[in-house]
Design a protein. Structure first.
Length: 119
């Protein structure tokens, strides 16, 4: 079973930064692309970013491009999402997900971590 645990969310002021972590349990991340998506109350899930199996390729939603950076440390079995210049519209529950390849369907995802951007 592909289990993921997200952490690092919290309350931050506009313009601030957070780093989210996604740790794998029971399997190694090496063979999978990992994505982040978010869901705000009353809205559909939105894909945020994805990183290929070895980190050679990344992708971002237009809404976060230039502000968010995805990275992975396969030795630590963890993927990160560095979020800078946060805006109130970034407020959502953030989930990491497992994919066979970026753009492929979500095979599994974690319980999510809440990010709230507010003054």
């Amino acid at each position: 079973q592909l289990q993921l645990v997200e952490s690092g969310g919290g309350l931050v002021q506009p313009g601030g930064s957070l780093r989210l972590s996604c740790a794998a349990s029971g399997f190694t991340l090496d063979n999978y692309a990992i994505g982040w998506f978010r869901q705000a109350p009353g809205k559909e899930p939105e894909g945020v970013s994805c990183i290929s199996t070895r980190g050679g390729s990344t992708g971002y939603a237009d809404s976060v491009k230039g502000r968010f950076t995805i990275s992975r440390d396969n030795a630590k079995n963890t993927v990160y999402l560095q979020m800078n210049s946060l805006k109130p519209e970034d407020t959502a529950v953030y989930y990491c997900s497992v994919h066979r390849w970026c753009g492929g369907r979500r095979e599994s995802w974690g319980q999510g971590t809440q990010v709230t951007v507010s003054s």
